[in-house]
Design a binder for this molecule. Structure first.
Ligand SMILES: [Mn+2]
Length: 262
């Protein structure tokens, strides 16, 4: 078999990033670089910093990325697109135009006799870990179909500007002023979730998440690992499963093979 690749959290279009065009080009070069080696590519959420799709209109920009996705799926590579908390407002365009398979919920799949649990991670709930009232309220708003319909009545320019502002604020709050480090096995939300989930689903070999913007590849049990994918605006990290082993690497440019294993 060829390889399976996993990346997340490019936050394309993020107003807090000055090198947005360079970042998009680099992402496209990466996808181009792996296209002959990939059976499938899993994009685990927040590829866009703010994506809000209307009935007949989509956000402008991202033409290089969207074109590359279409090229990959046209050539027969499976591309899976998980919606994250920044790009959950899709409405069929990415599937119809670019051929990606949309996932709005976590999935469990088997690849080469290994079981993978895949999710962006923003919906992960762990007993004893508190979510602030504000965050609960925001999630409720985000997922509310009536509010989404109402949002579409506003002039698109106005609403998109609001969306990008919120996304930038959230990015700065969580990932620049927030906690960019692994909190430890007894505190890290995804580790706690995975341990708990294994009690009822002991056959899962890999739990793979995005969302936290840190790169983690850790044993949970001898048969099960936790992978957090890092991000694609300064770390440029990705995971690759070759049918036997799963590794996380940085995508470096200028190197002979363009990859530095972590
Ligand atoms: Mn996220």
């Amino acid at each position: 078999m060829k390889n399976i690749y996993f990346i997340s959290d490019a936050h394309l279009g993020c107003k807090a990033l000055e090198h947005r065009r360079m970042q998009e080009r680099r992402l496209v070069r990466f996808l181009d670089d792996i296209k002959d080696k990939a059976d499938a590519i899993y994009l685990l959420g927040d590829m866009f910093d703010f994506w809000f799709e209307y009935q007949e209109v989509v956000p402008k920009g991202y033409t290089r990325f969207l074109g590359k996705l279409s090229e990959l799926t046209d050539s027969g590579i499976e591309v899976h697109y998980f919606t994250g908390n920044h790009d959950m407002w899709t409405n069929g365009y990415l599937h119809k135009e670019c051929g990606v398979i949309i996932h709005e919920e976590p999935i469990t799949i088997e690849i080469h006799n290994k079981i993978f649990y895949l999710a962006h991670g923003h919906k992960v709930k762990v007993k004893g870990v508190k979510i602030s009232k504000y965050e609960q309220f925001m999630f409720w708003c985000f997922e509310n179909k009536t509010l989404q319909r109402i949002a579409r009545w506003f002039p698109s320019g106005l609403f998109m500007r609001f969306g990008f502002k919120w996304a930038k604020h959230s990015h700065v709050n969580h990932h620049i002023n927030g906690t960019p480090e692994y909190l430890g096995d007894d505190k890290e939300c995804f580790m706690l979730f995975a341990k708990d989930y294994l009690v009822s689903h002991p056959d899962v070999n890999y739990f793979i998440f995005g969302h936290r913007h840190i790169d983690v590849n850790k044993d949970i049990t001898p048969e099960s690992r936790l992978i957090i994918l890092g991000q694609w605006y300064s770390l440029f990290t990705y995971a690759r499963f070759d049918g036997n082993e799963l590794t996380i690497s940085h995508y470096l440019e200028g190197d002979k093979d363009n990859h530095a294993r972590l």
